[in-house]
Structure formats: structure tokens, C-alpha cells
Design a protein around this ligand. Structure first.
Ligand code: SF4
Length: 175
């Protein structure tokens, strides 16, 4: 299984809770004004890497708490990332996925796209929605603009409503 990535970092503390390895996927259709990663937009850019090669890198990062799929738009490569997520979770690591799509949009797409469903269901925390420059807020943890939510995916699916992730103290809001 292959992925097209822009790159990765082995020791981030700003892309989800705890020390994390971050994979920046290549290709993004959202074109958010003020995007910090414009080099990730071209779906033919970046480089191809094998999932096995990535797992070797992940297995050597012994201090990480989880792996983050960032972008780019990870859901463009949902099949390969869901495959990778399985292997990562089997090592006891959690998954944070960033997306320019909202949770509700991804739930809708899940009805007809099983790969999207698989990646969404294997994600522990979804950081959802596009970056909105007018809502930019540097005080926010793990996200750039106030419209983006940190969503506890497991509890949201269980409760059939959006449950926000708040350092293990979920806050329920109506969907
Ligand atoms: S979704 Fe992310 S990578 Fe894509 S344009 Fe928006 S900020 Fe940039």
C-alpha cells in the first residue's frame, strides 16, 4: 500500500496530545486563504512512500503517544491511511486526523465511500473544517482557527452527536 506524502516530523507536540509523529499527506482541494502548507496542495507533488516504510519509521519512534495525519487533505488518501491506522493502533498508539471537511460532511461521505468511513472510524480525534483566516486564533490548542473542532470520534459515533475532545473530559453539544 502506497501513500503520497509531503513529508513527516518525528517529534511534534503541536499536532495533537502528547509527543506525536506527524505525516503530512500530499494533495488538498480546499485552498484555504492563509494556508500554512501550500506546498501540500498539488495532488501530484510530494513523494510516494510505502506504508511498510512508514511503519518502520513509526516503530522506531518509541516515545510517541500517537500518530497524526495532517495535510494536505488526508481523506483524499483514505484507503491507504485507514490501512496504516490499523497497524498504528495495533501498536497501542492513537490517531489524530486533520481534515478540511467537517465531521458532518465526512459522515455524509461515509454513506457512499467505505474508505472515508474506515479512516473516520479509525480516528480517535478529528480536527475538522477548513482554516478560516478571519477566525485565526493563536491561543487555540492544536488548530489554527476557531471554527475548527477537536472531535472525540469514538464518543461522537457512540452518542450519534458531536462530542468534543477536551483532554479526556468530553463536552457534549447538540449536533
Ligand atoms: S485544508 Fe489545510 S492544507 Fe488544505 S488548504 Fe486548508 S489549511 Fe491548507
Amino acid at each position: 500500500m502506497e501513500l503520497r506524502i509531503a513529508g513527516f516530523v518525528k517529534d511534534s507536540v503541536v499536532d495533537g496530545p502528547g509527543l506525536r509523529l506527524v505525516i503530512f499527506t500530499q494533495g488538498c482541494p480546499h485552498n484555504c486563504l492563509g494556508c500554512h502548507n501550500p506546498e501540500t496542495h498539488d495532488p501530484m507533488g510530494g513523494k510516494i512512500i510505502n506504508a511498510g516504510e512508514l511503519m518502520e519509521i513509526i516503530s522506531k519512534a518509541r516515545l510517541i503517544r500517537g500518530v497524526t495525519f495532517s495535510g494536505g487533505e488526508p481523506f483524499l488518501q483514505a484507503k491507504a491511511l485507514a490501512y496504516l491506522a490499523d497497524k498504528i493502533r495495533a501498536r497501542g498508539l492513537n490517531i489524530v486526523t486533520y481534515s478540511g471537511y467537517t465531521f458532518e460532511q465526512l459522515m455524509n461521505r461515509s454513506i457512499s465511500d467505505n474508505d472515508v468511513k474506515e479512516l473516520l472510524y479509525k480516528t480517535d480525534i478529528l480536527v475538522d473544517g477548513p482554516f478560516q483566516l478571519e477566525k485565526r486564533d493563536l491561543r487555540l490548542a492544536f488548530r489554527g482557527s476557531a471554527n475548527q473542532r477537536l472531535i472525540n470520534v469514538v464518543d461522537s459515533l457512540k452518542n450519534e452527536r458531536v462530542v468534543l475532545w477536551d483532554d479526556f473530559q468530553p463536552v457534549c453539544i447538540n449536533a
